[in-house]
Write a protein that binds this ligand. Structure first.
Ligand SMILES: [Zn+2]
Length: 86
């Protein structure tokens, strides 16, 4: 269900008229932030930077979120192509 919703948002933002895409993007921003914070709350870091969920100082979730939030110029697929380049 989440994947379908995210797919609909992505397709809408990329393919709908600008006014509709802007409205969709604005509506989703707060939901996206809430979802990321909810995920991060499940991986709280200690004062020393240790994640008990990952049992590591290199929290896998935080690393994945950090990579997912890189600017588009830095987002490449497994073949090394930019995901959103035309
Ligand atoms: Zn973690």
């Amino acid at each position: 269900m989440v994947r379908l919703h995210m797919k609909e948002v992505l397709v809408g933002v990329l393919r709908k008229p600008d006014s509709t895409a802007l409205e969709m993007a604005r509506a989703e921003t707060f939901r996206l932030i809430g979802a990321v914070l909810t995920c991060l709350n499940a991986h709280p870091l200690s004062k020393e930077g240790w994640c008990p969920a990952c049992d590591s100082a290199d929290c896998g979730l935080r690393r994945d979120v950090r990579l997912a939030l890189l600017p588009f110029d830095h987002v490449v697929d497994q073949a090394g192509r930019h995901r959103l380049s035309s």
